[in-house]
Design a protein around this ligand. Structure first.
Ligand code: UT7
Length: 338
């Protein structure tokens, strides 16, 4: 049995903000942002667009690609959506604070009427956690065949736009993968998940939860913002990528020769370069698109997968290795045979 990805999709907001535009209101500049992060621009959702809107668009695009490429028997989005057994959304910027899950809104929006739905709240590692959850939920129940696994974020809404050390880093977007359980070997080959909760405060949004709830009359209090200890997260991230790559290869008895491409979470190009150096792997073995999208958290890996898939960079049988890290602190990875 295998769990294959038979369709990918992404949703990128039209509004593009290059670094130069931020310099108009913040004490920053294109040179600093590019040299410290590799980011050249970010895409920001308009006020009417919430997380589920981007997630549903990415999901529809994944279904449409599966149909277009003849990866399924169904010929219409409606018919294919009805075959989906699970909708899983990895996000930290859900439509609503506590409930309902964003996945439920997506399930309804795309017409996946038979599907169960759930969110995974694990920030930038969210897609990898959702991928393993989706693969596991298909494996454990003979009656389930297909799962939509989505990473979607509207981080711009929770960035402090007066804090140059964080707001320049983030962008909005969503990516989706349609998983199918098959009789063949291959697909999602091996996954790895981990966490170190001692770093919980290194990347945190403090307000609004049960520890610091909004109170009646608090309407004008500071809105919830992401706070980050950038240096601590940076060090964690380099270790996380290095260990994830090493452990996944060891577990499958593979070497880098067997891997066509590493698709890392796109948080900072310098993190990737440092991990490449530590692993003694050429930098061009890592796919980077952070220049255009910035850090889209849970969406970054599925956006990258969709870009690679549509650009013809992934050939059938290619093994790719995904590696993520993020708030929690969490990390995770997967080897996937395309
Ligand atoms: O998705 C997972 C979560 N996030 C991450 O993975 C992020 C991990 N951390 C990082 O990527 C890096 O730590 C940052 C990009 C956040 C920061 O880079 P850094 O090289 O660690 O810079 P720094 O925080 O040490 O700041 C260096 C200087 C400071 O000025 P002083 O104190 O040396 O005068 C900052 O105030 O750069 C200043 N600075 C900026 N200057 C211009 C910080 N942000 C900016 C900015 N523009 N946007």
């Amino acid at each position: 049995m295998g769990i294959e990805i038979i369709g990918t999709g992404r949703a990128i907001p039209a509004k593009r903000i290059p670094n130069e535009a931020l310099a108009a209101t913040l004490d920053t500049n294109d040179e600093w942002i590019r040299s410290h992060t590799g980011i050249g621009a970010r895409h920001i959702a308009d006020e009417r667009t919430a997380c589920s809107d981007l997630a549903a668009e990415a999901a529809r695009n994944a279904l449409a690609l599966a149909i277009e490429r003849g990866a399924c028997d169904e010929k219409t989005l409606e018919d294919l959506a009805l075959t989906v057994d699970m909708v899983i959304v990895g996000t930290s910027t859900a439509d609503y604070w506590c409930c309902p899950a964003t996945a439920c809104i997506v399930q309804h929006a795309i017409g996946a009427k038979r599907a169960g739905a759930m969110d995974i709240v694990n920030a930038c590692s969210g897609f990898i956690y959702a991928l393993e959850t989706g693969a596991g939920l298909l494996s454990i129940n003979a009656e389930r065949r297909r799962a939509l696994v989505i990473g979607a974020e509207v981080l711009s809404r929770f960035a402090d736009w007066s804090d140059r050390s964080t707001c320049v880093l983030f962008g909005d977007g969503a990516g989706a993968a349609l998983l199918e359980k098959t009789e063949r070997d291959g697909g999602v080959l091996r996954t790895l998940l981990g966490a170190d909760g001692s770093g919980a405060e290194d990347l945190i949004m403090r307000q609004g939860g049960s520890r610091n709830p909004f109170k009646k009359g608090d309407a004008l209090a500071m809105p919830p913002h992401i706070e980050m200890n950038g240096r601590a997260v940076y060090a964690f991230a380099v270790n996380a990528i290095t260990e994830t790559v090493t452990k996944l290869l060891e577990a499958e008895r593979l070497t880098m020769e067997d891997i066509a491409l590493i698709v890392p979470h796109q948080a900072n190009a310098r993190i990737v370069h440092a991990a490449a150096k530590r692993l003694a792997i050429p930098e061009d073995k890592f796919f980077l698109n952070i220049e255009e999208y910035a850090n889209t958290s849970a969406a970054s890996i599925p956006i990258a997968l969709d870009e690679l898939n549509r650009n013809g960079r992934l050939r059938k049988g290619d093994r790719i290795l995904c590696a993520a890290f993020g708030a929690g602190l969490t990390y995770g990875g997967a080897i996937i045979t395309w």
